[in-house]
Write a protein of this length. Sequence first.
Length: 347
Amino acid sequence: MKDVIHVGLFSYGMSGRLFHAPFLHISPKFSIKKILQRSASDARIRYPYVEIARTPDELYHDPEIDLIVVNTPDHTHYEFARDALKAGKHVIVEKPFVLDIEKGEALIELADRMGKKLTVYQNRRWEGDFLTVQRVIEQHLLGRLVEYDAHFDRFRNTIRDSWKENPDNKTSVLYNLGSHLIDQALILFGMPEGVFADIRTQRTGARIDDAFDLLLIYPDVKVVLKSSYLVREPGPRFRLNGTEGSYVKYGTDPQEEALQAGHMPDEPDWGRESEENWGLINTTINGMHIRGKVETFPGCYQEFFNNLYEAIVSGKELAVKPTESLNGIRIIRAAYKSCSKKAAVEL
């Protein structure tokens, strides 16, 4: 059993810089061996100990690398993950897992055959607001939950020169931000019976879908997921209604902003939200009316990596199973079918 998992990182773009390298760097359980950069070498400015690779083969064929992070453009996930598994590596795939259901099934089967761990970076399961929402629901603080409304919005009214804006890559806000909202709903409520979707292109000159409303159909709770790139004045991030009351949460988890500012996840009070952004609850518990703020649990993306380490070295169950993320892709594909038919689609 290895004490340290050696890692190859496939990209040092936003995903690599913010969401992977800092957490791998601060953990004594992992060591970044190589980072793939096609021409630049700026990863070594912050991580001078890493080796810069210029080709994927340098990661596949390095016998010291145990784990490869496939954090490349969405349409390349399948090929790179497939080749990494064939090379005998454990694999993290950035979300969205894959763009086609059949390719996801093939990767899951290959990982099982190779005896390697395959997981998807659904890091937003470990955001403080979602952890708090989970607890509110699990403890029935609103009575019987009847409505769950979650938003993940941005304000980006310009069109960037990026693979994310190219429709040939099958990219969209539904695959991008929607992958997180859907994953969170699956954790809370399981697989829905069906989906009804309104998917739109709203920005002037945009060529990809950049807004959606999803209604996930469950027998006892209404689940609405929404995202748009044209929300300059954000509304609630979460709104929950139950038979005894409501919970409303504004603001976003502070981890991403802290990472963008150059902070590292081992700093004091990591993931702790300021009181001004705590959610509001208005409910009745055991006959007592309660209205006030609910302290948000600290977010901790590091728990994803901690779990993966234990899964690799000790056989612990993966927190993010690829089958769960593939169910998210099934919902996305059904959502596109629903939008084209202008009708609900059963799952």
